[in-house]
Design a protein around this ligand. Structure first.
Ligand SMILES: C[S@@+](CC[C@H](N)C(=O)[O-])C[C@H]1O[C@@H](n2cnc3c(N)ncnc32)[C@H](O)[C@@H]1O
Length: 161
């Protein structure tokens, strides 16, 4: 769920010797925007793969690290189980994974404005400051449907991760 790859620059800075980044996203539009607008200078380090991450035929045990930011909530519970199996399948032995997700805050006085921020402000900020990127256009819908990461954590444990 690479989108326009907001983490890639940080990843390459943190691991300058890293090999290829394989960017999996189902949307050709996202890949085009990522290449054209944000990451032209790093194009030789990024391998864009247009595929559904749940079934993508990326070779088994071929990734040192699997990363996703704000992609998990795209999926329902069944799909999250498939995703957990895919993460386990892709990782080399001893590899690491990191999936970052945002859920609604509980017991926080600013909670009432959180949906407005996530659903309206964040897409606007992204569009204005990230060259018109639209990764968060569906943020409001995903936020409403996503609960917590508990089910996904359980699915990861089932795979042995
Ligand atoms: C909310 S965006 C997150 C993008 C990026 N990771 C970020 O943090 O800005 C979710 C991304 O998941 C992609 N996506 C949705 N379903 C997918 C699937 N089945 N396989 C691969 N990518 C998918 C969408 O095209 C979109 O780019």
């Amino acid at each position: 769920m690479a989108g326009t790859g907001e983490v890639w620059a940080h990843l390459l800075r943190r691991y300058p010797g890293a090999g290829e980044i394989r960017a999996l996203d189902i949307s050709g539009g996202m890949h085009r925007q990522a290449g054209r607008r944000l990451h032209q200078s790093k194009a030789d380090r990024i391998n864009h793969i247009k595929a559904c991450v749940l079934v993508a035929a990326v070779p088994r045990a071929s990734a040192d690290c699997v990363i996703s930011t704000c992609g998990l909530r795209t999926f329902n519970a069944d799909q999250q189980r498939q995703l957990a199996q895919q993460v386990a399948r892709l990782l080399k032995p001893g590899g690491t994974f990191s999936l970052i997700e945002a859920k609604d805050p509980v017991g926080w006085w600013l909670r009432p404005i959180h949906p407005v921020y996530m659903g309206r402000c964040l897409p606007l900020i992204e569009s204005l400051f990230l060259n018109g990127a639209q990764d968060f256009a569906m943020n409001g819908t995903y936020r409403r449907n996503f609960g917590t990461c508990a089910e996904f954590a359980a699915a990861l444990r089932e795979t042995g991760l």
